[in-house]
Design a protein around this ligand. Structure first.
Ligand SMILES: Nc1ncnc2c1ncn2[C@@H]1O[C@H](COP(=O)(O)OP(=O)(O)OP(=O)(O)O)[C@@H](O)[C@H]1O
Ligand SMILES: [Mg+2]
Length: 330
């Protein structure tokens, strides 16, 4: 098959006025090369489409049979939907979730409202447009302050966990000032952190439940922040399968599968939880465009720990998409 690859690459130069993580969600050239090699080794012809307006010409010229979309897009809370919406308009089949799912999941307050409306637990929260609005929160401390629509820990620092109102104000000011969007303030869930990888449609398959175990702080203080992700070898240990009792793992999987379906995820996704004092999984967020970097992305890491090599993971995701689309390998 002719597989087009849609992606955003990290720019070589970092404008000094932007935060250090301004392009954190974009892929490196190394990840794109790995993905191209995996697809080629499965017998496909790979066409690098990139992203942005130039992709429209590349699509018209190359006419791929399917687009493998990992493009994060640019600008605003609908950015991840740009490529899928364009592909739907042009009638080109693509892998992954549709524009609505990508918009809903990028906007954390919207995703949390949907998830809680179906009875899945998620920490209580409020949102602010500026630090001046921050008054009594009506939430229990500690809390965490995050950008309302970012991923890859953009705007999440160790200092994002706040225990006083002045700390909250400071971090709301950081988020609204540097990331030009609302800040979400959520009750901080102090128990272990897990991320769940899923693939498929209808009844998705759980690839793995991976516990992210902090090496340098107790999990009551742990934030899987930008600082930690950039130094993950020293800061965390990945445990997959996790060290929890079987009934806890079963409940995490039940929540993950339910949330995957209710948010309309397709082909693959990763869903993050933290466990509360009763070991109940509290939904943090859903990533329908999970990172696919072989050495760095949580989904490939957990697949590896479950005995699934990188190429096999990519093959499985692609074949779920092809079955869903009614495409046959050519
Ligand atoms: N309510 C919460 N309670 C405890 N920790 C939290 C909470 N919300 C976020 N965190 C911590 O902050 C980290 C980043 O938050 P979140 O997953 O919402 O951001 P993200 O940037 O979308 O992440 P990703 O890199 O997975 O895309 C989480 O992995 C977790 O460690
Ligand atoms: Mg996350």
């Amino acid at each position: 098959m002719r597989v087009g690859l849609a992606y955003n690459i990290k720019p070589a130069d970092h404008p000094p006025d932007l935060p250090a993580d301004a392009f954190e969600e974009y892929d490196s050239e190394a990840t794109v090369i790995h993905l191209c090699k995996a697809l080629a080794s499965l017998g496909h012809e790979v066409i690098r489409l990139g992203a942005g307006p130039g992709m429209i010409d590349a699509l018209r010229e190359s006419r791929p049979d399917i687009v493998f979309n990992i493009a994060e897009g640019e600008g605003g809370r609908c950015r991840e939907a740009h490529v899928p919406a364009l592909l739907e308009m042009l009638g080109i089949p693509y892998l992954g979730s549709d524009p609505l799912t990508l918009c809903v999941t990028l906007d954390k307050p919207v995703a949390k409202r949907l998830v809680s409306s179906e009875g899945f637990p998620t920490p209580r929260f409020c949102t602010f447009r500026s630090a001046d609005e921050v008054e009594e929160l009506g939430l229990a401390f500690p809390v965490i302050v995050k950008p309302a629509f970012e991923g890859s820990s953009k705007g999440v620092r160790l200092a994002s966990r706040a225990v006083t109102l002045p700390e909250v104000r400071k971090m709301v000011s950081f988020v609204t000032g540097k990331y030009m969007q609302n800040a979400i303030v959520e009750e901080f869930v102090s128990g272990p952190e897990v991320t769940v990888g899923l693939v498929g449609n209808g009844a998705p398959r759980v690839v793995g439940v991976m516990e992210i175990v902090p090496k340098t702080v107790p999990h009551e203080e742990f934030v899987y922040s930008l600082e930690v992700k950039r130094d993950w070898e020293n800061q965390v240990e990945y445990r997959c399968p996790p060290s929890f009792p079987p009934e806890t793992v079963a409940e995490i999987e039940r929540c993950a599968v339910g949330i995957y379906g209710l948010l309309g995820c397709r082909d693959f996704s990763r869903i993050d939880f933290r466990l509360d004092g009763n070991m109940i999984p509290q939904f943090i967020e859903c990533n329908p465009l999970p990172g696919l970097s072989p050495g760095y992305g949580d989904l490939p890491i957990m697949a590896g720990k479950m005995g699934i090599p990188y190429t096999e993971l990519i093959s499985e995701i692609l074949s779920h998409a092809m079955t869903r689309l009614g495409l046959r390998d050519r």
